[in-house]
Design a protein around this ligand. Sequence first.
Ligand code: ATP
Ligand code: MG
Length: 187
Amino acid sequence: MQFTKLRISGFKSFVDPTELVIEPGMTGIVGPNGCGKSNLVEALRWAMGETSAKKMRGEDMDDVIFGGTATRPARNLCEVVLHLDSPNLTAGTPGVKPDSVQAEMEISRKLERGAGSDYRINGRPARARDVQLLLADNASGAHSPALVSQGRVGALINAKPGDRRQLLEEAAGITGLHSRRHEAELK
Ligand code: ATP
Ligand code: MG
């Protein structure tokens, strides 16, 4: 699976619609302090179903919506759309026919101030859980160890054995199975 495009609007400092095409290979984002490099990675993490406002460096999830500047008023809506190429699909993913091979997929998350998040997979309404599972099955997602935020490198080195085990399970691609078992046990 590959991320091919990220479209952002009204999210943090990205008030105007912005499109980032992610080509195969390595992508580097460079720019001065405060220009929005971390916000871009957070937009990706957010579209993948991050539910912690703290991990988005805010108090409340609404803090990810553009909060205004001296020259521009705040927004009440933000949206991030993530394009994926060739994800592994399991039966039960909304917006997807079981056992179908899908080259391109689109995951979107929209947030309106005070109204919560609205997720879609290929334009069809989905739960946060659906998006999280779809990506966990692809060894990715909001909690993937592939996403290392600023200052987390030291924390990973000093991780407790249990946390380190989680990293290994992510790397082995079995996190989706654990999540499914947990969900089945709750039913
Ligand atoms: P550094 O090189 O220091 O790590 P960076 O390029 O990673 O910087 P970010 O942390 O992505 O920068 O962006 C910080 C900027 O985003 C700040 O100017 C901050 O005011 C702005 N910002 C964050 N949240 C919002 C929001 N909700 N509305 C408007 N601007 C925001
Ligand atoms: Mg940064």
